[in-house]
Design a protein around this ligand. Structure first.
Ligand code: DWN
Length: 409
């Protein structure tokens, strides 16, 4: 889907960063699929009206989310705790009806969050377009349908299950190009006292840390409080609270309600002021960001090339979607990185999208540790560093690129 206009305001987009041709972020593949591998021109543009940073072109949802989707949320122990806390927060906020509450989650993946509601006996519905992960959710007792959410589906759910007390989404809303239709569906799905709570990687963190790897095919938007407020105001809803999260290298949890249903917390105005101060509502900020991205690329290539010239072995740690942007934007292949270790069975034995670096199981990393490991799953650094003490003790070193390119350990 290609657009030169903002998907929210309809105004022209100004290109902020051009990443050149990119493959699918999660398009892990076999050698027989290398010829003719899908690529698309990846660039992000900014709209000063909606204040949305967004992909100019995005592959179709069906190309990205399907029965072979490679990302299972429950691969991280920390994320399991995180979603347990998220669920408990929703149960404790006083928005769920005393009798027969109903909770809907968009993009419930393998049921990592909704299973907490299922276990508490709360009526729920997961909506997950990737059939393989939806099946895992169902097998855990999480009632899940494999569909793309839209206004019409919201109306169908209301007709069948009634309106919802809470609509939840984590790392999902920023994936959906038809966000206006989704926001409209949310406004119809929620009871007058209902709340929508969703979290996504936060634009402020991406700009501050130059974590440009958060930009890939699946992330059509990177939100701020300004852009979320603009989007939901069009639907008669308002942003009533924001809560910063550590997950995914810096995320923001947004709480939305029908206008006037609840007071707006101070946190909202504080964040809006902060965003104005750092310029998240202005194009000029993204022109500068583009230069930071280029500089980060130059420094990373220099570091990896220097290490390789010393005859050292470098492996990647975590075949993340994010790594697809780094590898392809920086042109890093097997000349610099021997393999990437990943714990996800569906990725193992395949090759990284675009640059075709072999993906190896974690056992391989243990048996054949490199001299340096490039931490592509930098957002899980705390969890990974804690379990990889032996790697450092045995002389291994980490390469990170966020918030700046450097070697650790
Ligand atoms: O929004 C999205 C986020 C939530 O998840 C999706 N569009 C796709 C995906 O993005 P990602 O692939 O960048 O997410 P992660 O969570 O950074 O991926 C971590 C990867 O690293 C997984 O493939 C699992 C792997 N891993 C590992 O090999 N050892 C992870 C940990 C914690 C580990 O110890």
């Amino acid at each position: 889907m290609n657009t030169s206009n903002c998907r929210v305001s309809g105004q022209p987009l100004e290109i902020a960063v051009d990443f050149g041709l990119q493959p699918l972020g999660n398009g892990f593949l076999q050698p027989e699929q290398f010829p003719g591998e899908f690529r698309y021109p990846m660039a992000v543009g900014f709209c000063e009206t909606s204040m949305m940073l967004q992909l100019v072109e995005q592959p179709s949802p069906e190309q990205m989310f399907h029965e072979q989707y490679a990302f299972y949320s429950s691969t991280s122990q920390h994320m399991q705790y995180h979603f347990g806390d998220f669920a408990r927060q929703v149960m404790g906020m006083g928005v769920l009806s005393k009798t027969d509450p109903f909770v809907v989650e968009l993009g419930c993946n393998d049921g990592i969050m909704l299973r907490n509601f299922a276990n508490a006996g709360i009526r729920h519905l997961g909506i997950e377009p990737s059939r393989n992960v939806a099946e895992v959710a169902n097998s855990h007792g999480v009632r899940t349908i494999s569909e793309f959410f839209c206004h019409q589906l919201a109306m169908d759910i209301v007709a069948k299950d009634g309106q919802a007390d809470a609509f939840l989404a984590a790392n999902v809303m920023c994936h959906i190009p038809t966000i206006v239709d989704v926001a409209s569906g949310i406004s119809k799905l929620l009871k007058p006292t209902g709340v929508a709570i969703f979290e996504d990687p936060y634009l402020g963190d991406v700009v501050e840390k130059t974590s440009y790897d958060q930009i890939y095919d699946e992330h059509v938007f990177l939100f701020s409080a300004h852009s979320v407020q603009y989007l939901f105001r069009q639907q008669g809803m308002e942003l009533i609270d924001v809560q910063a999260q550590k997950t995914h290298g810096g995320s923001m949890r947004y709480v939305i309600a029908h206008a006037g249903a609840y007071p707006v917390k101070d946190s909202v105005n504080r964040l809006l002021e902060k965003e104005k101060a750092i310029g998240l509502n202005r194009m000029a900020t993204f022109r500068k960001f583009s230069q930071q991205v280029e500089q980060s690329r130059t420094e990373l290539i220099k570091l990896l090339t220097g290490i390789k010239a010393e005859g050292k072995r470098i492996a990647g740690y975590g075949a993340t979607s994010k790594s697809t942007t780094i590898l392809n934007y920086c042109g890093i292949g097997t000349d610099l990185i021997d393999y990437i270790s990943d714990t996800t069975p569906i990725k193992q034995g395949k090759f990284s999208p675009g640059m075709h670096i072999p993906i190896k199981p974690y056992d391989f990393f243990m048996a054949s540790p490199p001299d340096y490991a490039m931490l592509f799953a930098w957002n899980h650094a705390e969890e990974i560093m804690a379990k990889e003490r032996a790697f450092i003790e045995n002389g291994g070193r980490w390469i990170v690129h966020v918030p700046e390119v450097r070697v650790l350990g």
